[in-house]
Design a protein around this ligand. Structure first.
Ligand code: MN
Length: 235
């Protein structure tokens, strides 16, 4: 906690105000501080066209993500957990959260965290190949990015209903791909999410309708690998 507070002060960013997520250190997706706030998109809503369309981005960020933030604040309004880092709140399957509000916090806290990470790990004129230690780890774990993308897309396609497909760093530092339901966040299971693909229909339906597979293929054109690399390095 203290390290992060110092980081924000050192960079001249006021603690607890709305931040552009593009300015945050990768190891920390969200600014703590009550109440939680919707982070700004780090690029224009039409910047990921034609792969992710402007209207989907506006509704996904401004309505869906915003609702998770509002409902998280409501769920925690009488709790001293309000404003604490979500990494702490969601750890150990949100064990620190009282039973009566735990599922609401998992749904909306996970939703807030997952979407904040999602915006940050996408970008215009992105895609391509990861470099450095992450590039090496992908080669040794999956042989290449194409195989990784096929594995993540397969996990996303097989997710029945709503959820996410993830590239994570496990507790022993290895890469893994798997899917979670709803807004369940890998942090709940002690994993570090590096890059997640939202496979809820709201993420793709306006442009791709029922063709989830086409959306999954397209998103690889706008992965911000520099950001994913930093998260893998823990920077
Ligand atoms: Mn979503």
């Amino acid at each position: 906690m203290k390290i992060h507070r110092r980081t924000f002060l050192a960079t001249g960013v006021a603690f607890g105000t709305a931040l552009s997520i593009g300015t945050l250190k990768p190891g920390r997706v969200l600014a703590a501080g009550a109440p939680y706030e919707l982070p700004k998109l780090p690029y224009a809503a039409d910047a990921l066209e034609p792969h992710l369309d402007k209207m989907t981005m506006e509704i996904h960020h401004g309505k869906h993500h915003n609702a998770y933030v509002d409902n998280l604040n409501k769920a925690l309004k009488d709790s001293d957990l309000l404003g604490k880092p979500l990494e702490e709140i969601l750890a150990n399957k949100a064990a620190a959260v009282p039973d009566a509000i735990r599922q609401a916090v998992i749904n909306n806290g996970g939703g807030h965290y997952n979407h904040s990470l999602f915006w940050m790990t996408l970008g215009p004129a992105a895609g391509g190949e990861p470099k450095g230690a992450l590039g090496d780890a992908i080669k040794s774990s999956f042989s290449d990015v194409k195989t990784l993308s096929e594995k993540m897309n397969d996990a996303g396609l097989k997710r029945f209903g709503s959820g996410w497909s993830w590239l994570v760093k496990t507790a022993d530092g290895k890469l893994d791909v798997y899917s979670t339901a709803n807004q369940d966040c890998p942090i709940m299971e002690g994993k570090t999410p590096l890059f997640g693909i939202d496979v809820w229909e709201h993420a793709y339906y306006l442009k791709y309708q029922n063709k989830r597979a086409d959306y999954l293929k397209a998103i690889w054109n706008v992965v911000n690998w520099a950001e994913v690399e930093k998260r893998f390095a823990g920077k």
